[in-house]
Design a protein around this ligand. Sequence first.
Ligand code: ADP
Ligand code: ADP
Ligand code: ZN
Length: 214
Amino acid sequence: MNIILLGPPGAGKGTQSSRLVEHRGMKQLSTGDMLRAAVKAGTPVGLKAKSVMDAGELVSDEIVSELIDAELAAMGPDTGAIFDGYPRTEVQAQILDELLAKHDRSLDHVIELAVDEDALVERITGRFSCANCGTLYHDTANPPVQEGVCDNCGSTEFKRRPDDNEETVRTRMQEYRAKTAPILPGYEARGIVTRVDGMASIDEVTASIDAILG
Ligand code: ADP
Ligand code: ADP
Ligand code: ZN
């Protein structure tokens, strides 16, 4: 099974992807995570992407598509893919179709996480993650059980993304509206889109996704 989680920044794509990885053994393909790893490692891709990401704008279609191609090439044929944060433009959606065909895969579901834009700024500015294992948290909606200690690995080191500030979030939301939302009608025409209420609790969203995937 191959699925896309689609939604604006802060919609819950990363949070729900982790649960699908844990519950179903699928693989999360997050272009945002791949780009952040490239920035951290100082690779040529990372050097190019950093300032674009810090500004909240979109990295080139070629760069992100090459990252996805490489990940698909390295995956076992029986492992399902969760596309998280990709595709984000009409060109990327078209390239994804080509990449899926190339790797003998097809798209089963596009799950749209529908959220109220006003809530997104709060979600993003409250977001942090474990510096050791990457588990995602939120200051108020989803803090670790024991303050300052990661539920998953026990680490006491946490980090926040440099682009998770109010100003950049506004740009990222505009990019979503202008460039990403227009890819939905094409998928709708194929009858593979299901809308989920992303404003529900994390557990409720997971239950809705489980119901869709069966
Ligand atoms: P995305 O990957 O779509 O940008 P994340 O999964 O990183 O979104 O979630 C953004 C922030 O909102 C995180 O801090 C996360 O803990 C929190 N969050 C995710 N889903 C929900 C939800 N259903 N209700 C409240 N907070 C949520
Ligand atoms: P969010 O969790 O807020 O949805 P991501 O982690 O997916 O954000 O992406 C962070 C940044 O990385 C984006 O603002 C953009 O600069 C870049 N990026 C990630 N995925 C893509 C993509 N598919 N196309 C272009 N740029 C991307
Ligand atoms: Zn951890």
